[in-house]
Design a binder for this molecule. Structure first.
Ligand code: ATP
Ligand code: PRP
Ligand code: NIO
Length: 494
């Protein structure tokens, strides 16, 4: 029975200490009811790609649904001391945490959405104290799964119509990394995983062959295949490279005939070393000539999207790709670089005050407002994305401005159909969203990627998809930046 949860208790302490010290500060100042809006964004696509696939929302929903500071948690917090060896937190604050119930609004892009730099993938609105405590966990859950789903999408795109199995658990970043990687890889397009716990938790199909150790534990390879075929006649993909790959394929064929005589099937062979193009072509010839045209050739060994692409260009005859380390660890880019930035604040019952964070680097200056993302499309696919402020509104026939280079603009002139990407997930702490099944999320990924122009899908040096700020939001942001830099008066609505 798929439960979808690795942890069966509240993870309220899954945060950085500074979030709790700030929370204490807000409480001490009586500011705990002040409301804030934070947006979770990334600044650059991972892997130098042209798009990013969101993942991790369901993990966040599980985390927030269980959220509470239980007695053990506050007992632990009571032991923390400041540099005068006195308690860091007052008991009144710990009581406050014990009684605190999650009461924020969350709006988020559904999992499996393609996202672009600076677009909020998730927006949290609520008491600033709560938003602050949750920052770290929200980033942790979305950033990593989004990274792996995006990597998987690239690997699967390279494999084109051929299935990719995720084999990464043994090299993944610890227990949670391995579980989350399997989930995200499945979202990104892998058809199964070797990770049995992920299979149980999420209902991901589990698949596998056997290891060199099985072959090595027998006196010879043929005997090992024979014994495996007798024990598991319905799961025979023989690993053929323990000693000599060509001889291994011939041994697999000998056992394949025996399997067939007993009413079973040689499902395939796995190549795990050597020149995978050459060996797969030889394997295909041997298997076909022996009457096993349906036996699959599975390949593994430090594969990634670039090696898969190269092997395909070499006409490798590989039917199934087993990809582990480089997928589950996001080997070439181990972090997404997600951030959660404050964009507005207000006292209860008062107007929002918009906020920006300055930086010497233009791309690191945050966006103010109550942000939403509008995606315009036509029959051929996505046209452009526009980040707009819900109070200013999306505007008629808007102009979309690249925040990194305001001279780059796109005018929306024809009133094309659109979709607002952030959907309500929590309202005042109550779940108002019915999370889709993993198979629906996988379908969404394929539909979303399919709606991108092929030049944006290219995994080397892709074209840049038009995504930017609605012009009045851009103007307001510019005024706030100039004001923060001391050049102007604050904008009139501040
Ligand atoms: N024809 C090919 N074209 C491009 N890359 C290939 C080709 N064949 C294999 N590779 C890749 O080259 C790398 C070979 O790595 P390495 O030399 O460490 O492996 P090996 O010696 O074949 O096997 P192992 O060390 O696992 O026993 C792997 O990443 C593999 O996927
Ligand atoms: O190469 P990856 O993409 O990570 O795929 C998973 C690897 O895990 C297994 O190897 P094993 O742990 O036996 O080590 P190996 O690298 O020596 O084959 C398997 O034979 C693959 O080679
Ligand atoms: O089943 C397999 O072939 C497998 C599983 C994990 C890692 N490498 C291979």
């Amino acid at each position: 029975m798929a439960t979808g949860k690795l942890y069966k208790h509240s993870l309220a302490l899954l945060t950085d200490l500074y979030q709790l010290t700030m929370a204490f500060g807000y409480w001490k100042l009586g500011r705990e009811k002040e409301e804030a809006i934070f947006n979770l964004v990334f600044r650059e696509h991972p892997f130098n790609g042209g798009y990013t696939i969101t993942a991790g929302l369901e993990t966040i929903i599980g985390f927030l649904s269980d959220l509470e500071f239980d007695q053990d948690d506050v007992d632990y917090l009571a032991t923390l001391q400041g540099n005068d060896n006195k308690p860091l937190f007052e008991s009144g604050f710990l009581d406050y945490l014990s009684n605190m119930r999650f009461e924020c609004d969350i709006d988020a892009m559904p999992e499996g959405t393609v996202a672009f730099p600076h677009e909020p993938m998730l927006r949290i609105t609520g008491p600033i104290l709560q938003c602050q405590i949750l920052e770290t966990a929200l980033l942790n859950m979305i950033s990593y799964q989004t990274l792996i789903a995006s990597k998987a999408a690239r690997v699967c795109a390279a494999a084109k119509d051929e299935p990719v199995l995720e084999f990464g658990l043994r090299r993944a970043q610890g227990i949670d990394g391995g579980i989350a990687a399997s989930r995200a890889a499945y979202i990104g397009g892998c058809i199964g995983t070797s990770n049995v716990l992920a299979g149980k938790l999420y209902g991901i199909p589990v698949r596998g062959t056997h290891a060199h150790s099985w072959v090595m534990s027998f006196d010879d390879e043929l005997e090992s295949f024979d014994a495996y075929a007798k024990a598991l006649p319905n799961n025979c993909v023989f690993l053929v490279d323990t000693y000599d790959t060509i001889q291994g394929i011939k041994n697999a064929i000998i056992i394949g005939h025996k399997l067939r005589d007993r009413g079973h099937t040689l499902a395939g062979v796995r190549l795990d070393s050597g020149d995978l193009a050459y060996l797969s072509i030889e394997a295909r010839k041997l298997l076909d000539d022996a009457g096993f045209p349906d036996a699959a050739i599975v390949a593994s060994n430090d594969l990634d999207e670039f090696i898969i692409d190269s092997l395909k260009r070499q006409d490798a005859k590989i039917n199934v790709w087993g990809v582990g380390t480089k997928l589950a660890t996001a080997y070439d880019q181990p972090a997404l670089g997600g951030v959660l930035k404050l964009s507005a604040i207000r006292l209860p019952g008062q107007d929002w005050q918009y906020k920006v964070k300055l930086s010497e680097q233009t791309t690191k200056i945050s966006n103010p407002g109550i942000l939403q993302v509008r995606r315009y499309h036509d029959r051929s696919g996505f046209i452009a994305d526009m980040i707009y402020d819900e109070q200013l509104g999306p505007g008629d026939l808007p102009i979309i401005i690249d925040p990194n280079d305001p001279t780059r603009r796109k005018r929306i002139t024809t009133n094309p159909p659109y979709e607002d990407l952030l959907v309500p997930v929590f309202r005042k702490g109550e779940l108002v969203y019915d999370p889709p099944s993993l198979s629906r999320i996988r379908q969404r990924v394929q539909a979303q990627i399919g709606s991108l122009h092929p030049t944006i899908r290219r995994y080397m040096n892709p074209h840049t998809y038009p995504a930017g700020l609605e012009q009045r939001l851009h103007q307001l942001r510019t005024e706030l930046i100039l004001n923060a830099r001391g050049y102007t008066e604050p904008p009139s609505n501040q």
